[in-house]
Design a protein around this ligand. Structure first.
Ligand code: FAD
Length: 439
């Protein structure tokens, strides 16, 4: 198996850096078993490195499944009639979407991007938006896991419901997920519409827009009185190219917002006036195409991010308070604030366990300071009963997490039974679970 040695590793945004002693790329199950059993120091298995929290950081052994040879898609025929596919957990969501499409199938929903690995995305409860759709972990019906001692366990809702509820959102602490049985559907097309509208109007109409559209989300544009709404609805129309002018290109839009921030940082009221004028003149954009190609997009401008998931009843009130705080305290912010909704699921560590939640995400340019996320933003999220996205910046530790998750202690007990020596823990995870990091 390939060992990339002790070179430095960094996550996508650059806010997490690590120097693993070994970086192993096993090619089959025997090599994977040898990697985990013979690992030097603590062991972390990574996906595409798109988490902002140091879930993958280790000075021991980092394992990556990119070179594993396994079948892409096995279509299953479960007794309950649900469409399901067995997928290799280390593969990227976009490779899996293409492979599913070749079988006439598709993921029911996706987040903003699709370059994450399936296992990485489910490990942190990665979500998109839509009243009817749970996060990806909520679509997971069974999986196969190689534990720290090299054993392989099959986990499903009938024979091991507790293990499944834990494995759906595991932060990579139960073992290496090899494959996952995922609820999918027939391939489908979407009609996507993007439109700039007054912020107050969007805030007021958001609950009904979530009911009307398959997928609805909006982006509050800092320093302006506007928001960008994005809807996706199922369609049979023939594919239509993007007829967007400016709205179709996220990257170009961000570059303009950054330029305006840099040029007019000295005069926020002038910036607001110009921004409002520009935004008022934006024409709506629309596009028809394959579901996974429209749901996920390219994120070329690197950023750091904090996202909390809030109870549905208070999510929009919290957003309004956050917007006022940001206007007052963070005039340099230019990245739109993203607001989405995700349906409930039952995974023990899912932020959506117990009820649908509204997610609010704040981003800063990768060169900008983000300490204020913790000082100014996180206290508001917490006051409204928010749960952090596991893969995005947060400062919570065990005592707060035990308050937020009714099944946290059950997860801890199961985790300890599968990895009693904490070999799969690093300092970040040890803080979350109140344990010593694996040596
Ligand atoms: C540009 C960008 C856009 C994003 N958009 C969204 C979004 O729309 N919605 C959303 O919810 N999140 C979003 N995220 C966050 C992202 O989806 C999560 O952080 C996700 O966990 C990243 O997946 P990954 O494959 O990069 O995993 P990594 O970050 O590499 O790892 C995440 C966790 O998964 C574990 N893991 C990885 N592989 C395995 C395995 N085989 N077995 C067991 N555990 C494993 C790791 O140990 C780690 O704990 C975004 C992040 C970025 C940078």
């Amino acid at each position: 198996m390939r060992d990339a040695g002790a070179s430095q590793w960094s996550n996508w945004s650059g806010c997490v850096k690590a120097q693993p002693g070994q970086q192993l790329f096993p090619r089959d199950l025997d090599e994977l078993r040898a990697a985990i059993q013979g690992a030097r120091g603590g062991v972390r298995v990574r996906g595409a490195g798109h988490s902002f929290t140091p879930l993958n950081a280790t000075d021991g052994t980092m394992i990556c499944l990119d070179e594993m040879a396994i079948p892409m898609v096995q279509v299953l025929a479960p007794d309950d009639g649900e469409l399901r596919a067995r997928l290799p957990a280390g593969a990227s969501l976009n490779a899996l979407s293409a492979a599913l499409q070749a079988q006439g199938l598709a993921f029911r929903n996706l987040g903003d991007i699709d370059v994450q690995s399936l296992a990485g995305a489910t490990a942190t409860a990665t979500h998109g938006t839509g009243r009817e759709f749970p996060c990806l972990s909520g679509e997971l019906r069974a999986c196969s896991i190689m534990t720290a001692d090299g054993d392989i366990r099959s986990v499903d809702a009938v024979s091991s419901p507790d293990e499944l509820a834990a494995a759906q959102v595991s932060l990579g602490t139960l073992g290496i997920v090899l494959s996952a049985d995922v609820h999918v559907r027939e391939a489908f097309k979407l009609h996507r519409r993007a439109q700039v509208r007054p912020y107050r109007e969007v805030l007021e109409q958001a609950p009904s827009l979530w009911r009307q559209h398959r997928n609805f989300e909006f982006f509050v544009i800092p320093g302006s009185d506007y928001a960008l709404t994005l809807t996706h609805d199922e369609t049979d129309e023939t594919d239509a190219p993007d007829i967007a002018e400016n709205l179709g290109d996220d990257h170009a839009g961000l570059q303009k917002l950054l330029w305006l921030r840099n040029t007019l940082a000295w005069a926020p009221s002038v910036r607001r006036w110009i921004l409002n004028r520009v935004l008022r003149s934006e024409r709506p954009a629309q596009q028809v195409g394959t579901s996974w190609k429209l749901l996920a997009s390219d994120r070329r401008m690197r950023f750091h991010e904090m996202e909390y998931h809030l109870p549905e009843a208070v999510g929009l009130t919290a957003l309004d308070e956050i917007r006022s705080m940001l206007d007052r305290e963070q005039p340099r912010l230019f990245f739109p604030i993203e607001c989405r909704m995700t349906a409930a699921d039952t995974a023990w560590l899912s932020p959506f366990q117990g009820g649908a939640r509204i997610s609010i995400a704040v981003h800063v340019h990768h060169n900008d300071d983000y300490q204020w996320f913790f000082d100014q933003l996180e206290p508001i999220f917490l006051r409204y009963g928010g749960r952090p996205h596991w893969g995005k910046l947060h400062s919570l530790g065990r005592s707060q997490l035990r308050e937020l998750y009714p099944n946290f202690a059950r997860f801890e007990e199961l985790r300890r039974s599968l990895d009693p020596d904490g070999r799969l823990l690093n300092p970040h995870l040890a803080k979350l679970f109140g344990e010593a990091a694996g040596a």
